[in-house]
Design a protein around this ligand. Structure first.
Ligand code: HAM
Length: 416
């Protein structure tokens, strides 16, 4: 027996109810904030992700599904959605449109991680990117949209974490100070952090090991090292978020796992969750990325959230999800002639816009009605030998068990 590969999941109809609910809200929000949809390929040239996500990140070092295709090209299954959107922005000359260009996507994302609750090797993200604008008012709008999205889904007890990690000008000094601080604590760091100290010091701050977390508490804070323009950006953003009455907290240890961020970074976490692994969504500014990929310097900011993690939280919080519409009519029949009538009737009703479930095989009337009930049909239409002769059908309201006989050509008028 084959099973779905480790870290992947089949999405059965009962899960689709959640997805439809989530995506209906997502699309509504995108319309309200002026985002248009973009789809990019499932795989890209490996270099795109190495360049953008960063050669020293966990994603690039350990988690990418990279392979050589039959033409000898190195291909990688998309481990995140921002770089492909930036690639498309450049490839299609979207800088010629009014800026910022606002794009959203839903995409399968592939990361070779250790599977656990809420962490998969294939997951799905809803994300959006606003490219071509540096105004901190855009940061506030992007963060507001993320917050309104989770609120509109009915999720509660979320916390909004914010930080600024500066820019090319001010970060080097901060990193030097951070390294100095951590060098004094090398002996107490976990093995991964000893490695991070040399390769990616920012990531020391969000290590999940308790001894490393202790050390991170007193570590130098990036916001104390911002250059004047970054400082002003961060102050204005804070002011706008206050105007919007968003309950944000500054989290000095929030650094995110992708290297392309500049200035604003933010994450939304369930209040009960420990560590940034359990973030339900995150994003930030990436003002250098488009230039890094060969374009003109173009400021940008975006956000993405994992749909499986949203579902997990909706379930944990017992959020009621609207039931999807079920076909309202079940057609039951007894005998060969009745079945012929049923087949034609089902086609006629559907053409009329009524959802119909047909009975198949040769089940007893009782079994057919039981099935109608379990499928949630509001009405059953019953056709037996007498009805065939009289050109009628019995219409049964499944909720009240009331029945009446109706001429078959008038049935459509009685049905939704
Ligand atoms: P990210 O924080 O790596 O950001 O991923 C975004 C969200 O995807 C996470 O907050 C989480 O909900 C979900 N997620 C990540 N990994 C997994 C996994 N293995 N299993 C299930 N869910 C997962 C990005 O990918 C950036 N591209 C976000 C962004 C957009 N920044 C700017 N624009």
């Amino acid at each position: 027996m084959y099973r779905a590969p480790r870290g992947t999941a089949d999405i059965l109809p009962r899960e689709q109810t959640y997805r439809h609910y989530i995506m209906a809200n997502a699309v509504r929000l995108c319309q309200l904030y002026g985002y248009e949809q973009i789809d990019t390929p499932t795989f890209e040239d490996t270099g795109l992700f190495v360049r953008s996500v960063g050669a020293e990140t966990d994603i690039v070092q350990k988690e990418m599904y990279t392979f050589e295709d039959k033409g000898g090209h190195s291909i990688t299954l998309r481990p995140e959605g921002t770089a492909p959107v930036c690639r498309a922005y450049l490839e299609h000359g979207l800088h010629n449109l009014p800026q910022p260009v606002k794009l959203y996507y839903t995409a399968a994302i592939f990361r070779y991680e250790r599977p656990q609750a809420g962490r998969f090797r294939e997951h799905h993200q809803f994300g959006y990117e606003a490219i071509g604008e540096a105004d901190p008012a855009l940061d506030a709008e992007v963060i507001d949209m993320a917050w309104q999205f989770f609120t509109s889904l009915g999720l509660k007890n979320l916390s909004l974490n914010l930080n600024s990690i500066g820019c090319q000008d001010c970060r080097p000094q901060y990193l030097a100070t951070l390294k100095e601080y951590y060098t004094e604590h090398t002996a107490d760091l976990c093995r991964d952090c000893k490695d991070r100290l040399a390769r990616n010091p920012l990531r020391l701050l969000d290590c999940k090991n308790p001894p490393c977390q202790e050390i991170a508490i007193a570590a130098p804070k990036s916001i104390d090292y911002l250059c004047p323009p970054c400082d002003e950006h961060f102050l204005k953003l804070g002011k706008y978020l206050n105007l919007l009455e968003l309950p944000f907290k500054i989290n000095h240890r929030l650094v995110r796992g992708l290297d392309y961020y500049t200035r604003t970074v933010f994450e939304i976490q369930p209040a009960t969750a420990a560590g940034s692994q359990s973030a339900i969504g995150g994003g930030g500014r990436y003002d250098n990325l488009i230039a890094e990929l060969g374009g003109k310097p173009t400021p940008a900011i975006g956000f993405a959230t994992g749909i499986e993690r949203i579902i997990l939280n909706l379930k944990q919080q017992d959020v009621p999800i609207p039931d999807p519409a079920k076909p309202p009519v079940y057609i039951a029949h007894l005998g060969d002639e009745a079945r012929d009538v049923a087949i034609k009737l089902a086609a006629t009703l559907r053409q009329n816009g009524t959802g119909v479930i047909e009975a198949f095989g040769k089940k007893s009337l009782k079994a057919q009605l039981r099935q109608a009930n379990s499928l949630g049909a509001h009405y059953a239409v019953i056709i037996g030998e007498d009805e065939v002769k009289a050109n009628t059908a019995v219409l049964r309201d499944m909720t009240t068990s009331e029945q009446k006989s109706i001429p078959i050509d008038q049935l459509a008028e009685w049905l939704p």
